[in-house]
Design a protein around this ligand. Structure first.
Ligand code: BGC
Length: 404
């Protein structure tokens, strides 16, 4: 079977400011790295200075869209200052995307906060909503002439889980009470932000497309130990982390499309209250260099479940980190086949973004994660297109895929 994608299908890649730009010393992640003695992002990929070059490479690969994020802490280093020169920087970034025929998709919050915001209690403080909305207004006003697709938050549940329950990301809390408060505030900020952006675009001819991204995994009980309890934990994790937020926001009519981030399957072990991930090598799927279980079938299964929302779906992140080049190609082609199959079976997928355009700073894992279509030599900051990116590029330009 030969699947032809729609002419407007978005073939892209995604990046985020903190992970690529470098020099984000006003972000809470910067102080967190120091406090925890973690590998530091520092210059990251120096994308702040090399963005033109990076977008030219994206164009060379044949992408037609790119997902970036704005660094709140760079624009707003203290509560009362908006640095116009930094807003102008992002205007240049967007202009460069457009010049390279890359449709911009912009994320407003990709895990990092300004230090002043964190010091005031971060997302668990009710004022967080107001602070965020001021920033959201400022940016969407500035970019509305050039951008029509917005992601207000990236993976809020991953942020809350790692920052407020597991405690491995800033603010490093392990408190369900704070987690609930912070999540409530983020959801409120999302819904207010959604309406605000619609209002801001009223005087333009453009109808903005607004959503967030959600990480979705397929969960399965680990068969070592008590399989019954482990399966129960997998059930709990699937219910807590997978679809309820899409359900809720869709009911509130504030999702214009579904922003899906899919990477892998998770085997779960029982542990109170939310279970825990099992990364042991006794499961049947292949593991990537970060020990994630690769599951193209899981990708198909998740896409099929999204049909019920009756909304367009954009795969906003899908990708892998490998130590062997051939596995990138295998991952990409198998996942694209699942995607094509899902489209054929009636899921309205309108875009696919590989994570990531560049190798970049993988949060608490430092530079160990190598997700890039483009390899980065961190000593020289030289870029090299990986061979599998050319295979992706061919699919992008032909806009079709054969599924056997
Ligand atoms: C996040 C990225 C991260 C990627 C790989 C996604 O969930 O949005 O920031 O680098 O996963 O771990």
């Amino acid at each position: 079977m030969d699947i032809k994608f729609t002419d407007s299908f978005l073939w892209g890649a995604a990046i985020s400011s903190y992970q690529c730009e470098g020099g984000n010393f006003n972000a809470d992640w910067f102080t967190w790295e120091k406090k925890q003695g973690l590998e530091e992002a520092l210059l990251a990929c120096d994308h702040y200075n090399l963005f033109n070059n990076d977008f030219e490479l994206a164009k060379k690969i044949n992408l037609n869209s790119l997902r970036i994020s704005i660094e709140w802490s760079r624009i707003c280093p203290d509560q009362y200052t908006f640095l116009e020169e930094e807003i102008e920087h992002y205007l240049r970034v967007i202009d460069s995307l457009i010049k390279n025929n890359l449709k911009p998709v912009v994320t407003l919050h990709h895990f990092t906060n300004p230090i002043w915001f964190a010091d005031k209690g971060g997302w668990s403080d009710h004022k967080s909503i107001d602070y965020f909305i001021i920033y959201l207004r400022k940016i969407t006003e500035a970019l509305k002439g050039k951008v029509d697709t917005w992601l207000i938050f990236n993976e809020p549940l991953v942020y809350i889980y790692n920052g407020y329950i597991h405690g491995i990301w800033p603010p490093g809390e392990k408190s369900i009470k704070l987690a609930v408060k912070a999540l409530n505030n983020i959801i409120k900020a999302y819904m207010i932000g959604y309406k605000e952006i619609k209002i801001i675009y009223k005087d333009t001819l453009v109808i903005p497309n607004i959503s967030l991204t959600k990480n979705v995994r397929v969960f399965s009980g680990c068969d070592k130990g008590n399989f019954g309890l482990n399966s129960f934990a997998a059930f709990i994790r699937s219910n807590c982390f997978n679809f309820w937020l899409f359900d809720y926001l869709n009911k509130k009519k504030c999702l214009d499309f579904i922003g899906l981030n899919f990477y892998c399957k998770e085997y779960t072990k029982f542990q109170f209250p939310f279970g825990r991930e099992c990364k042991n090598q006794h499961h049947k799927e292949r593991q990537n260099s970060l020990d994630w279980f690769i599951s193209p079938q899981g990708f198909y299964d998740v896409l099929i479940k999204l049909k019920k929302y009756k909304l367009p779906v954009i795969v906003m992140e899908n990708g892998t980190s490998e130590s062997d080049e051939s596995y990138y190609e295998e991952y990409l082609t198998k996942h694209l086949k699942s995607l094509a199959q899902a489209i054929n079976d009636g899921v309205d997928v309108v875009g696919y973004f590989w994570w990531s355009l560049l190798d970049n700073f993988e949060w608490d894992q430092g530079r160990k994660g190598r997700f890039g279509l483009i390899e980065v030599d961190y000593n020289t900051m030289k870029r090299k297109i990986r061979p599998f990116a050319n295979i992706y590029g061919k699919i992008c330009i032909q806009n079709r895929l054969s599924v056997k």
